[in-house]
Design a binder for this molecule. Structure first.
Ligand code: GDP
Length: 300
């Protein structure tokens, strides 16, 4: 994964220096924590997350678990790993399916974040798992959005509910509600509702997303965020959390050459778990997110 390349290298270098030491002095710990802090800030991780993270690592590294360890340096790496898992959300969180189908999944996020692509990815992944999803085109903002969803639906081999001309065009709340009704009638067990984004956080977009949320009462609201947006990730995620109150995060474009800050900030800033990772333009470039695996990749 290109995203964390630089951060991984910096941390590896820090730990390499640490390994040359036997017992660790307070100065050794402080030096290491300072380097970790710089590496995280350079990777665009949000300052409040960095402070919290390095505070915890420092406190633990100065404590008994390191001073009494056979290999103190290794113990510090273990602590960094554990704390990384924590800021990435701790346990893996799976999709929650409704007791009474259909399970309704709403997608929210800025324009270009990767929502429409994700709708196809998620649908394909669910089909493989024996589900019968349908996509609902409630993004009526971009002229091409409905057609684009129909294309990914066809690629994923799932139907798409789109507004008929004259029936709901221009009214995404109605389309979303009708789409869910249609899914119930046709016995689909999962409904994935694509919604409109804007290039930046926008009050009208947020109200529309909130109105759709209210109208369809989804089981999951997935906030899709482009891992490449760096420092903007925090403000964007907070705005969506206030505006639509999402239940989980999907990181997209983790294949890109970003510095990874969004990925490392968003779960602890919002308190919502990262549930999936998108790693390319093809519908198969998609996987459930495992905080422990991601932490291991970063520290590889
Ligand atoms: P939406 O506006 O949120 O619906 O975003 P789209 O799904 O239309 O995605 C915007 C662009 O990003 C498209 O060109 C997608 O092919 C591309 N894209 C989406 N997800 C990924 C990803 O994980 N990696 C890469 N490299 N590109 C992606």
């Amino acid at each position: 994964m290109a995203t964390f390349g630089n951060l991984s290298d910096r941390l590896a270098e820090t730990f390499k220096n640490l390994r040359t030491k036997g017992k660790l002095s307070a100065a050794d710990v402080d030096g290491t924590v300072r380097e970790i802090r710089r590496a995280l800030l350079d990777a665009d991780v949000a300052l409040e997350v960095v402070k919290d993270f390095t505070g915890k690592v420092r406190e633990r590294a100065l404590g008994d678990e390191v001073s009494k360890a056979l290999n103190p340096a290794q113990q510090v790496v273990k602590i960094v790993n554990e704390e990384l898992v924590e800021i990435l959300g701790g346990q893996q969180r799976r999709l929650e399916f409704a007791k009474k189908p259909p399970t309704i999944i709403m997608l929210a996020g800025l324009q270009g974040a990767g929502k429409t692509t994700l709708a196809g990815k998620l649908a394909k992944w669910l089909v493989k798992d024996g589900h019968t999803p349908i996509l609902v085109a409630a993004d009526l903002q971009r002229p091409n959005a409905v057609t684009q969803l129909e294309v990914v639906g066809a690629q994923a081999g799932v139907p798409v509910y789109a507004p008929e001309p004259g029936n709901g065009i221009g009214n995404p709340v109605k389309v979303a509600r009708d789409g869910v009704k249609f899914a119930q009638q046709k016995m689909h067990d999962v409904v994935i509702v694509d919604t409109a984004g804007r290039l930046g956080v926008d009050a009208e977009m947020m109200k529309q997303a909130a109105d759709i949320r209210k109208a369809i009462d989804p089981d999951e609201v997935l906030f899709v965020i482009d891992a490449m947006i760096g420092q903007d990730a925090v403000a964007t995620a907070k705005a969506f959390q206030d505006g639509v109150d999402f239940t989980g995060v999907v990181l997209s474009k983790l294949d890109g050459d970003a510095r990874g800050g969004a990925a490392l900030s968003v779960a602890s800033i919002t308190g919502r778990p990262i549930m999936f990772a998108s790693t390319g333009e093809s519908l198969d470039d998609f996987e459930p997110f495992h905080p422990d695996r991601m932490a291991s990749r970063i520290l590889d």
